[in-house]
Design a protein around this ligand. Structure first.
Ligand code: MRU
Length: 349
């Protein structure tokens, strides 16, 4: 099974006895190394160290991680239930912010049901993981089509982090909108923020845009205000978790871009599938924000820049209030303006 984006970040090779393939995104763009993973701890480790990253992609990887964790488990119903719960909890603990991770694990663990022969219950988990991957591809395509309609020929788009085919099983979220607009004949130009500290924009978004032949310009994150003043028509970003009032967690720095877009009168759209919504949370205040190792700030590519012992605050995400978001492009339509009743109408269907 593989997605049909410009690159396959996450794919399953073979049938039930197969393995998970991931591009090690920590090495891009210098090296394209494909990892073959056959146990859930290896999948968890790949998620923790961002070898696979982006909310939809980590959900799909974890879904197959769950399958890898139970496929050789004992043929006893009670033992299967215990094993499912343990592997699900272990994978869910890899990263705290992306809703897609827990959502995907719930989908595939739930597919096992409570009754019937253990072999059939296990097979249902594998089938659910495959379906999740295929559904992600379709969700990306639907978001791309809906979002592309917002962009005119010649639009100048500013984006953040990486939201392309590396971040999903399909062509991605925000970046897939740009790919689709360009494919449909509109000329696009993209300003990609480098996205400190791990440079997903400089390394991954620029790699994807240049491979796709899209006019792309890399800027430092602190150039965004100047770029908007000079001429940006849209800001398009992804999301890791969206509360039921529309408050949106995304890569640290997204909130600043939303404030800048507001100040310049530029539309700011979030592009995310329904699996990124957490309707159990009233607002963004309840979204758990991952904190990363200090070394990700004090060092670049293994070289220390800050003084030894420097005190660091390293959140991986921030929350953009719904009031700053012009619209949320989902796989079930566009939420605009963003408020609780419109979120519920689109996400609950
Ligand atoms: O830490 P990362 O690289 O996993 O952060 C990813 C993002 O913030 C993306 O914008 C988000 O997951 C949406 S990806 C389609």
């Amino acid at each position: 099974v593989s997605g049909n984006g410009t690159v396959d970040a996450v794919r399953w090779k073979g049938g039930e006895d197969g393995f998970l393939e991931l591009i090690d995104q920590t090495l891009l763009p210098q090296e394209t190394v494909v990892l073959a993973l056959r146990d859930p701890e290896a999948v968890r480790d790949a998620i923790c160290r961002l070898a696979v990253r982006g909310a939809p992609a980590i959900g799909v990887a974890a879904a197959f991680g769950l399958w890898l964790g139970i496929r050789e488990g004992p043929d006893d119903p009670a033992a299967l239930d215990g094993l499912l719960a343990r592997v699900e909890a272990r994978l869910a603990s890899a990263r705290p912010t992306a809703a897609n991770l827990r959502w995907a694990l719930r989908q595939v663990a739930g597919a096992a049901g409570r009754d019937g022969p253990v072999k059939a219950r296990k097979s249902a988990v594998f089938a659910a993981a495959r379906k999740l991957l295929e559904d992600d591809v379709r969700a990306c395509e639907r978001m791309a089509a809906a979002g592309a309609a917002l962009l005119r020929d010649g639009a100048r788009v500013l984006t953040y982090c990486n939201t392309g085919a590396l971040a999903a099983a399909g062509p991605g979220t925000a970046l897939a909108v740009v790919f689709e607009a360009q494919r449909s004949g509109k000329r696009m130009s993209v300003v990609a923020c480098e996205t400190r500290p791990l440079l997903q924009g400089a390394r991954l978004t620029m790699w994807e845009l240049m491979r796709a032949g899209i006019d792309a310009t890399l800027i430092c994150d602190n150039t965004a205000a100047a770029a908007m003043r000079r001429g940006i028509d849209h800001v398009l970003v992804g999301a890791d978790r969206i509360a039921r009032n529309g408050d949106t967690a995304n890569k640290i720095g997204t909130y600043a871009l939303a404030l800048l877009a507001k100040a310049h009168g530029i539309p700011f759209h979030v592009v995310a599938p329904r699996s990124t919504f957490d309707l159990g949370l009233a607002s963004g205040d309840g979204i758990p924000i991952e904190e990363r190792a200090a070394s990700e700030i004090t060092e670049i590519a293994g070289r220390r820049l800050a003084p030894a012992g420097a005190k660091v605050w390293a959140p991986a995400f921030d929350v953009t209030p719904a009031a700053l978001i012009s619209g949320i492009v989902t796989d079930a339509g566009i939420i605009s303006p963003v408020d609780e009743s419109r979120v519920a109408a689109v996400v609950r269907g």
